[in-house]
Design a protein around this ligand. Structure first.
Ligand code: PMT
Length: 406
């Protein structure tokens, strides 16, 4: 499963450091090339020689112990890693990563790395539940870190509670599952729209909406992490787009229509998370509009429905629409699915706390031709995106004969 994969295993200073040795052995047996970095405290619990023997590679403990003059070790390791696993991750290691500290070999490598990070925390239950630790874990999750939760049982400190490092088998399974997921959309071309469109009224004013682009960006990022080639057509957004995707910037619904239709034929999956204006000004003033009287009446006309246009022209594409609703969510979502010839519609009730525009979380129900496919509880937009893409991947993998009910 892991042949050819390069994994950095970070072992930090807790009693569970000994389990890091078993994890290292499992990863090596599964075919991974494992480079171990130990913090100074970890070396008090287990020797680097153990990890060197198991990994069959030198173990790094000191940023300044540069053995190969042709490279800078922490940058070289970071550049060549497919995944970094920190197991066990102490409260201190978690805090340092959340705070961006770089004062030893592991923290420096982590800052230099662009690959995903899987964290397996292990500590006393009160430490694990401390607000500082909880908020550090939340911060790391919001940046895309993945976790293998600690188990409940006898802790080294004497408590029977949550905090013990997950078993090495469980962490190795999570690593394999991540690599499997990271290939599940390999070879697929995915087009995602994100953000709100802007309909100009004059050179300084426009009509828009509350979309931040976070939902669409999370989908684009997740698709890329699953191996897809991603094009992101983005309107007005408040955050930078994810790295490694082809970004096309647009303003109006008309420009989004042009950008999306230009790419459509080559795409395998199209996901329309953007909030597109339904109306635009009939006349856009070339000059700033002047105050004239107490009232101003704007004349608006319908924009083209991009999703409906794509649905009509669909050949092989798997088409996913979004539905932002405030009532009768299922009814309106199913209506959009049929009218716009979508394979799936992701409905969010934007009147609910934690759902819809602007925030970091969403609450969605996914509908297919057969009705409700899955209702997801409140979760981060990143998690919604991963789950949605898994659903799409599953449907695309169905045998041809059963494609009619996708
Ligand atoms: O960007 P965030 O702040 O993270 O917020 C996320 C979101 C709330 C914008 C997102 O989850 C969402 O619901 N996006 C769709 C918003 C919307 O326009 O919904 P709608 O029900 O009005 O439109 C239905 C579908 O038709 C959407 O896929 C939309 O992209 C598409 N549409 C609508 C109008 C139009 N002229 N062309 C379209 O393609």
């Amino acid at each position: 499963m892991l042949t050819g994969k390069s994994i950095i295993l970070g072992i930090t200073g807790g009693i569970a450091a000994y389990k890091g040795a078993a994890l290292c052995s499992k990863l090596v047996q599964a075919g991974a090339k494992v480079h171990v970095i130990m913090t100074e405290s970890a070396t008090k619990f287990i020797t680097p020689l153990t990890l060197q023997t198991l990994s069959r590679n030198p173990v790094y403990t000191d940023t300044f112990d540069e053995r190969d003059p042709s490279v800078v070790s922490h940058i070289h390791l970071a550049d060549h890693a497919d995944l970094i696993v920190i197991a066990p991750a102490t409260a201190n290691a978690i805090a340092k990563l959340a705070g961006g500290h770089a004062d030893d070999m592991l923290s420096t490598t982590l800052l230099a790395a662009t690959c995903p990070v899987l964290i397996a925390p292990a500590m006393n239950v009160h430490m694990y539940e401390h607000p500082a630790v909880v908020s550090n874990l939340e911060l790391l999750a919001s940046r895309g870190a993945m976790f293998v939760e600690p188990g409940t049982g006898q802790l080294a400190c004497g408590y029977v509670a949550k905090g013990r490092l997950a078993e090495p088998e469980e962490i190795a399974d999570a690593v394999e599952a991540w690599f499997a997921r990271s290939r599940s959309l390999a070879g697929k071309r995915v087009l995602v729209t994100a953000g709100g469109t802007m309909e100009r009224l004059d050179p300084v004013r426009y009509l828009t909406n509350d979309s931040s682009g976070k939902m669409g960006f999370a989908i684009a990022e997740a698709a890329k992490l699953m191996g897809a080639e991603v094009t992101l057509v983005a309107g007005r957004t408040i955050a930078p787009p994810p790295a490694g995707v082809h970004v096309v910037r647009v303003e109006s619904a008309e420009q989004m229509l042009e950008a999306v239709t230009a790419e459509y034929d080559d795409m395998d999956i199209v996901i329309k998370a953007a909030a597109v204006a339904d109306y635009r000004a009939v006349n856009i003033s070339g000059q700033k509009l002047k105050k004239n009287g107490e009232r101003l009446v704007l004349e608006l006309e319908r924009t083209t429905d991009i999703l409906e246009t794509l649905g009509r022209r669909k050949t092989h594409q798997f088409l996913v629409g979004f539905a932002a609703e405030t009532e009768q969510v299922a009814r309106y979502a199913m209506d959009k699915l049929r009218r716009k010839h979508c394979d799936l519609v992701v409905a969010n009730d934007v009147s609910m706390e934690g759902a819809g525009f602007n925030g970091d979380t969403n609450i969605v129900q996914v509908f297919g031709e057969e009705g409700l496919v899955e209702a997801l509880p409140i979760m981060s937009k990143r998690e919604v995106a991963s789950r949605l893409l898994e659903l799409i991947g599953d449907r695309l993998a169905r045998p041809e004969g059963s494609k009619h009910d996708r």
